[in-house]
Design a protein around this ligand. Structure first.
Ligand code: NAD
Ligand code: TYD
Length: 338
């Protein structure tokens, strides 16, 4: 199979490409990535240099001609769309790029794939389209979408478009909705790598609000497994939930990480809450379990340890990605809100 993966130089895309090329000797992958602040071509440079089944193309999913050229010119069989603006805090700061890429770009990709008669299209979405939960219950695929941030609203827009492409054109599209990922190559403005970076430097760890917001954490390889199963076994037109069975309040994550790194809890600083901050996410993934045979393989304690070991061993990567725009955004973000 020849796959077009978009956003493959980001966190999840990098892990997905590595895993799929290792697991499927008969697959080859073209990676289309715009290389925004969150995309790092060096993540996959070893493959670029040594693997014939991998090709990198720099470009934007919003560009009709470029996407058509790849789909038809490179005889692509299937598309997996990871490309997105993905950070909630950035979406609060400026929603426009989120609408452009996450809605407009996703629709452009769907349209090009429809015209090129692509056999299968997996659109990677998120649990955040469902909004927020109270103290109990879980999101199922039939929970109504109720996004609360510009990020989740833009992702919900693309999910709606995916539904419309299936219903209107019979386009072979499938959607995945997953909870919070963590693992190697995650850009250090998301919670876990940001905590690692600050703790190592004995800097304050910013906890939004009272720290009691709950996220369900999934190790990135388990999400990649969910995407793979959706691509190979899923029902066209269906959305599938994926989760890690690891619901934790943020403050517990922060304290666990400090303890694993041998750092004091005095580094914790409570900062002004994120506006519209979703209280709790939890995933019912029984549909994916029943139809695709999905189950997460790694528990949170082992996954977190593995992740911290990777960051410890890859400080050069961390230094590489923390330049220019990243610094400007994160350094001013808290002060501007306080
Ligand atoms: P990321 O921000 O680390 O990477 C996004 C990648 O997309 C980057 O390489 C970036 O350069 C690229 N990109 C952005 N705009 C583009 C455009 N217009 N054209 C081409 N490439 C573009 O994101 P991630 O955490 O790897 O998330 C990947 C996908 O998974 C996203 O769609 C996100 O919504 C979804 N998701 C993420 C999580 C999570 O916890 N990180 C959970 C569920 C779903
Ligand atoms: P994040 O990694 O940004 O993912 P998302 O907002 O998509 O869930 O944040 C995870 C949780 O951690 C979320 O409840 C916000 C919180 N958070 C902090 O408390 N401090 C931080 O510095 C960051 C980045 C996030």
């Amino acid at each position: 199979m020849k796959l077009l993966v978009t956003g493959g130089c980001g966190f999840i895309g990098t892990n997905f490409i590595r895993l799929m090329l290792a697991k499927h000797p008969d697959w080859s992958i073209v990676n289309l990535d715009k290389l925004t602040y969150a995309g790092n071509r060096l993540n996959l440079m070893d493959l670029e240099e040594s693997e014939d089944r991998y090709e990198f193309v720099q470009g934007d999913i919003c560009e009709r001609e470029k996407v058509m050229e790849i789909l038809s010119g490179k005889s692509i069989d299937a598309v997996v769309n990871f490309a997105a603006e993905s950070h909630v805090d950035r979406s609060i700061n400026d929603p426009s790029p989120f609408v452009i890429t996450n809605v407009g770009g996703a629709q452009n990709l769907m349209e090009c794939a429809r015209q090129a008669k692509i056999e299968r299209f997996v659109h990677v979405s998120t649990d955040e389209v469902y909004g927020t939960l109270g103290a109990t219950g879980k999101f199922t695929e039939s929970t109504p979408m109720a996004p609360n941030s510009p990020y989740s609203a833009s992702k919900a827009g693309a999910d709606m478009m995916a539904r419309a492409y299936f219903e209107t054109y019979g386009f072979p599209i499938l959607v995945t909705r997953c909870s919070n990922n963590y693992g190697p190559y995650q850009f250090p403005e998301k919670l876990i790598p940001l905590l690692f970076l600050n703790a190592k430097a004995d800097k304050q760890l910013p906890v939004y609000g009272d720290g009691m917001n709950v996220r369900d954490w999934i190790y990135v390889d388990d999400h990649c497994l969910g995407v793979e199963l959706t691509l190979t076994k899923g029902r066209e037109g269906q959305a599938y939930n994926f989760g890690g069975n690891a619901e934790e309040p943020n403050i517990t994550v922060v304290k666990t990480l400090l303890s694993l790194l041998g750092k004091p809890e005095s580094l914790i600083t409570y900062v002004t809450d994120r506006p519209g901050h979703d209280k709790r996410y939890a995933m019912d993934y029984s549909l994916a379990a029943a139809e695709l045979g999905f189950a997460p393989t790694l528990n949170f304690a082992d996954g977190l340890k593995k992740t911290l070991d990777w960051y410890e061993a890859n400080t050069t990567w961390l230094e590489q990605v923390q330049s220019g725009e990243y610094r400007t955004f994160m350094d001013t973000w808290y002060e501007e809100r306080d």
